[in-house]
Ligand binder design. Sequence first.
Ligand code: RFL
Ligand code: PHB
Length: 390
Amino acid sequence: MHVPVVIIGSGPAGLLLSHLLHVRGIDSVILERKSRDYVESRIRAGVLEMGTVGLMRDVGVDARMNAEGILHDGIYISVEGKRHHIDMKSLTGGQTVMIYGQTELTKDLIAARLAHGGDIVFGAEDVSLHDVESDRPGVRYFKDGTEYRITCDYIAACDGYHGVGRQTMPKETLKTFERVYPFGWLGVLAKARPAADELIYASHSRGFALCSMRSQTVVRHYVQVPIDDKIEDWSDDRFWHELRLRLGAEDADLVNEGEVFEKSIAPLRSFVAEPMAHGRLFLAGDAAHIVPPTGAKGLNLAASDVHYLSRALVARFKDNDDTLLAGYGVTATARVWKAERFSWWMTSMLHRFGDENSFDGRVRQAELDYVLSSQAGKTMLAENYVGLPY
Ligand code: RFL
Ligand code: PHB
């Protein structure tokens, strides 16, 4: 079997890429290690930039998102219990973000891909990539004990941080950059009304907290926890109590409690791998970079990568023009580093590092003070949060 493009991974990057190619008449196969059920029940991001919303519209998978997604014009930043509003819409000349869960976006993309006759192989085990430096690369995988081989023109590794794509790249050409933070986020999903009309990012001496939402009846809240905390350490009561404390006395009552139906701890990490291409292998999304979630950029970066990659593949297949493909790594990486910077900055500014009585701690407090009192500071935050242009 031969297909123009083999895509590894059916997360947002792989699914969107296969749709973007499909609408331009280019066939692809997606190989996904997990089951459809597993992929559709993973709980992750919740904030979409308008660029991501636009890509969903371009591939015609935006009906449910338009009906159920919630547009937000701004965010709140709470500092030691005092809430400030960042009016992103007025600061950016009219831009907003949309609240729509990654889980829902993934379900929509899978359903639409299959409805259009798309080929997604779930449960593809031991995927390996071959001859990526030749002009006829291939992949091999096993499904239900049977071995399969596919040749292709290009391979897109959209297989996340632990995927096989980046690992296939020669060690001597790959340069990685990493920062690991000394804390994680404990996140819960609960059946409750949102704390406010928009997200609240709270910086407090007890640690960072975030009140987010998925709908008017489901909330997604987080608190910063030490990296070695265990989920068993956090009863629901302890979580709600801690969240209230971090919002401060005046705002504590904004928190509406409800049945917690998901609870997990995620570590925070910044990571970039360069280059994002080797021979006929291209990396996109978490396969090439990780951001801490404070800037809400992970999913949106996956989307911008596949925007650049699909455009480059279309130029190659439709116009026989390789220029954009040759420049993919450089183009995508430039936007990636700006989102890395923003996510690192938001994380550094809003979390507690246990050094508040040192020079670094005081500088962090001054930075927050400055940003919230300066039009220029707020504008910088707003234009990065809504997403830099493609
Ligand atoms: P994904 O979504 O990880 O999808 C990769 C897919 O590849 C499959 N795969 C393989 N398939 C075949 N063979 C292999 N060898 C394979 N190895 C892996 C995987 O099963 C999976 O289906 O990457 P993608 O598409 O690049 O999308 C990126 C986003 O998912 C990610 O950036 C965000 O969700 C990050 N993230 C968050 N971002 C936010 O903006 N806000 C958040 O609140 C937020 N929470 C999170 C997160 C990521 C998490 N991870 C990675 C564990 C919470 C968690 C727990
Ligand atoms: C979420 O709703 O899961 C969410 C929102 C904003 C973030 C991170 C996560 O910055």
